[in-house]
Write a protein that binds this ligand. Structure first.
Ligand code: 5GP
Length: 332
């Protein structure tokens, strides 16, 4: 059977979006800038067409994204009763597999069609319509192309959301996922009303004092292994409490693990709940850590991925250090 190309898929998705009765928009658990910006960019476009939709996510919205236009519409899965919530279309944004939407899955009943929009190369194509582009720097870039294909007027609100998605998933246009195409899209979004200076300030330079002090404590606790090629960062609930901070203040901290000269791999260990540890993995361009995430049931991109281990932080650190040692010795 001939593989549909992305132009055809975009057309089918637009038809589905414009004919659906009620749309569920969802991103991956613990939303980040790309997931939120992409969901809200799409939502703002649907709003202009008077489409009925709800945005439901699992996990805390990081404080630095509370400025995004439309953010108040993002509901937590914990505050909505699934009874009586009927959707005939679900758009899953930036999820490499269906598990990534977490408990929001309970809102997707039989008969609900699923649109999967993602740029992770390990995407399992779990949707009825799968818009995948592994060369896209961010899902926000793909939503931009979708809206342009649909002739949607890009308003300043849509532009702000999509610009934020691209800005954050490229690490401020720094990662090697940054392409001329994504810079052109960012430039167009600026012309359509996104304000790069304001957005960068809101995302990166608007921290609470507690979260700055948390950063200080976290940096003091950095640990280096394997000749400084590996850096481990740990954030415990006690550290959050001590610094009057919450999980919503930890966004982006993992990137400090790659700051030291010669460090190739970074890992952040944080407590999800007692006995469950979330691991965020990062690596420099020429090293892939996705094998470590995949080996532990996670996934993502080659230089930025994650997994969740059903053990406490100490055990998780031992396991991940062993896996990284094997990775660096070429045995995984
Ligand atoms: P973070 O470490 O910031 O949570 O995530 C980095 C990247 O890896 C993101 O693209 C995120 O979607 C992906 N990711 C994080 N944890 C998981 C996981 O458990 N499974 C999969 N498939 N992807 C993950």
């Amino acid at each position: 059977m001939k593989q549909a190309n992305n132009d055809d898929i975009r057309r089918d998705i637009l038809e589905s979006l414009f004919s659906a009765e009620r749309i569920l928009i969802v991103g991956h658990m613990n939303p980040d800038g790309d997931s939120l910006g992409s969901q809200l960019g799409l939502a703002k476009a649907l709003e202009r067409r008077n489409a009925q939709f709800a945005i439901i996510n699992e996990g805390i919205i990081p404080n630095n994204y509370l400025f995004l236009p439309g953010i108040d519409a993002v509901r937590s899965v914990d505050e909505i009763n699934a009874d009586g919530q009927e959707f005939d279309l679900a758009v899953c944004m930036e999820c490499s597999n269906r598990d990534r939407i977490g408990r929001v899955d309970k809102f997707i009943h039989n008969g609900c069609r699923i649109v999967n929009i993602d740029h992770h190369s390990d995407n399992s194509k779990f949707g009825h319509l799968n818009l995948l582009d592994f060369s896209a720097a961010a899902a926000g870039e793909m939503v931009y192309e979708l809206l342009v294909a649909g002739g949607v007027d890009i308003t300043p609100e849509i532009a702000t959301n999509l610009y934020t998605a691209i800005l954050t998933d490229t690490g401020r246009f720094r990662f090697n996922s940054t392409t001329p195409k994504c810079l052109r899209i960012a430039a167009d979004l600026m012309e359509k009303g996104a304000d790069p200076s304001h957005i960068t300030d809101m995302v990166y330079f608007n921290q609470s004092i507690g979260s700055l002090r948390l950063t200080g404590e976290v940096l003091l606790g950095l640990e280096y292994h394997l000749d400084n090629r590996v850096c481990f960062m740990t954030i415990t609930d006690e550290m959050l409490q001590r610094n009057n901070s919450g999980k919503e203040d930890t966004e982006g901290l993992v990137n400090y693990t790659l700051r030291a000269e010669g460090t190739k791999i970074g890992a952040l260990f944080s407590e999800r709940e007692a006995g469950i540890t979330k691991v965020s993995l990062r690596s420099v361009n020429d090293v892939s850590v996705i094998e470590v995430a995949a080996r532990n049931g996670g996934g993502g991109h080659k230089n930025a991925c994650g997994c969740t281990l059903n053990v406490g932080i100490e055990e998780a650190r031992v396991k991940i250090l062993n896996d990284i040692r094997e990775l660096l010795h070429g045995s995984i």
